[in-house]
Design a protein around this ligand. Sequence first.
Ligand SMILES: NC(=O)c1ccc[n+]([C@@H]2O[C@H](COP(=O)([O-])OP(=O)(O)OC[C@H]3O[C@@H](n4cnc5c(N)ncnc54)[C@H](O)[C@@H]3O)[C@@H](O)[C@H]2O)c1
Length: 253
Amino acid sequence: MEIKNKTVVITGGAQGLGFAMAIEMAKHGANLALIDMQESVLAEAKTTLETHGVTVRTYVANVAVESDVEAVFNAIQTDFGNVTVLINNAGILRDGMLLKYKDGAISAKMSLQQFQSVIDVNLTGVFLCGREAAVKMVENGQGGVIINMSSVARAGNMGQTNYSAAKAGVVAMTTSWAKELGRYGIRVGAIAPGVIRTSMTDAMKPEAKERLVAMKPVGRLGEAEEIAHTAKYIIENDFFTGRVIEIDGGIRL
Ligand SMILES: NC(=O)c1ccc[n+]([C@@H]2O[C@H](COP(=O)([O-])OP(=O)(O)OC[C@H]3O[C@@H](n4cnc5c(N)ncnc54)[C@H](O)[C@@H]3O)[C@@H](O)[C@H]2O)c1
């Protein structure tokens, strides 16, 4: 699919990888609908993206709330007259061990709230946005592309019971949707990034960052533009569906 003049919806598009993908899409002439919870950061993103001469609209919504998601996709359909691509990118981290054991006794457990909050955004949010985007794509009858953000952590990672479970679920949904939606001309792919240099990783302790870099055969963290390049590839390659692209510098958890 050619990107130019298409309507690309990006959740969590105000900053980080979502914003980097928005820039890549704007450079190639896509019109953008950005969904995020941070109103002021969204406004800054819109100003930057508009310098590429494309239409940009922002929508403040929580991807984990069904009524928010339904209302936003109805608004996008009205505003743009189409939904061609969805990049299901919004996500959060609430890391913690399943349990802590000290001096012969359990001292802490991951709370249900800590587990559920990540499932709500990273798995249910992806489900709700994917479902609503697919409804619009099927109704519009012109096909489309859905990209879900997974993670290298989908294989299971220390301190990430909640995040790993959600990111593995995202890959399973990707394959299921590709099988269900192919008949409507909708392709569905996933991206599983390794550790990418963002404000989040910039804030990490230097020793922790060095450890991660040492695990990567390429000897460095990834760049947000490298993830954006991967999203562009999935959109443009019409033979790609139902698979996850690992873009992680060769790291294995
Ligand atoms: N940065 C990495 O190294 C890395 C690695 C693997 C996977 N990922 C995944 O890539 C995606 C983007 O990560 P990032 O590093 O850019 O994160 P980030 O925290 O910089 O950006 C996430 C964006 O999502 C928004 N958001 C969070 N919860 C939301 C909600 N409920 N509703 C709407 N918007 C919400 C935030 O406001 C923020 O703008 C996430 O799904 C993350 O799990 C990131």
